[in-house]
Design a protein. Structure first.
Length: 285
């Protein structure tokens, strides 16, 4: 079989199984399996593939067909124009979360040697992106999952910010209470869990393969973790410090109301590229 034949059959097979982007997925998986850049596939369509190559590619496509995220199969995902290692221990970085980075960078503009915290650091995509963009900044990454922290540590080293990112295991902001930075933080950032278990809008592949700890809230309130972070951030931030939280579709108005009730100033929401109010922000008085 030629490369083009395998690509065509893989695309058709993934399409039959309801894939949203079967051609793109097939190209990414074939390029990965053959050790090529995606664009190089187009230069080698007539290349005959050996049996071992076909079996390897078939295995990757089969895993994608049962819903395994492409990022887990490739072992990485691009975020903020950086490549991040990902494993099933962390959420797959998504484009909408880049708005969290944008909001942080705008708020920190002009601040000398800012200190940030990423609560629920996961792969480290948010914290590492901010620190990579702001070479004078340093920060902390917090997570309940030691496996997630290992992924974040690897990404911090990959992008040259490991010496400026301290990683801690624990619940929300609790690990920082004894830190010298407590009460002096410039920004608290988080993409916390915000999905209620049983939500029918969650993609089957996401529900089956991404870490439940990072996806789901414990009860019926999708804003419970975000609210607790906002409460703790009032102690952790310096006066005028910045809070930014990613929330689920439809939750931004209530999230803004809660921040205002807690006393945050200049509370607002930021829409993602799909025009969903995705990020809520505020300043500590």
């Amino acid at each position: 079989m030629t490369l083009l034949e395998v690509l065509t059959r893989s695309t058709a097979w993934l399409k039959e199984r309801g894939g949203e982007s079967p051609r793109l997925d097939a190209e990414l998986l074939l390029a990965h399996g053959l050790g090529l850049k995606r664009l190089d596939l187009y230069l080698q369509f007539d290349r005959p593939l050996g049996e071992a190559e076909v079996l390897r590619l078939r295995g990757l496509v089969k895993e994608r067909g049962r819903g395994v995220p492409v990022a887990y199969l490739l072992g990485e995902r691009e975020f903020w124009s950086l490549a991040f290692n990902v494993t099933p221990a962390v959420l797959v970085p998504r484009p909408e979360t880049e708005h969290l980075v944008e909001a942080a960078l705008a708020a920190l503009a002009g601040r000398a040697q800012p200190v940030i915290v990423d609560v629920g650091v996961g792969s480290g995509c948010v914290a590492v992106s901010v620190l990579h963009t702001l070479p004078e900044a340093r920060g902390h990454g917090l997570d309940l999952s030691p496996l997630a922290l290992e992924v974040a540590r690897g990404n911090a080293h990959r992008h040259g910010v490991a010496e400026r990112l301290a990683l801690h295991v624990g619940d929300l902001l609790a690990p920082l209470r004894t830190s010298a930075d407590w009460g002096r933080l410039d920004a608290v950032l988080s993409n916390p869990p915000y999905i209620v278990k049983g939500d029918p809008t969650v993609e089957a592949g996401v529900a089956a393969h991404e870490p439940a700890l990072a996806l789901y809230v414990a009860g019926a309130d999708p804003l419970e973790p975000a609210t607790r972070i906002a409460e703790q951030a009032l102690e952790a931030l310096r006066p005028g410090g910045f809070l930014a939280l990613e929330v689920g579709a439809g939750s931004a108005p209530e999230a803004c109301r809660r921040l205002a009730l807690l006393g945050y100033q200049e509370v607002r929401s930021i829409r993602d590229l799909s025009q969903i109010e995705r990020i809520v922000t505020g300043l500590k008085p």
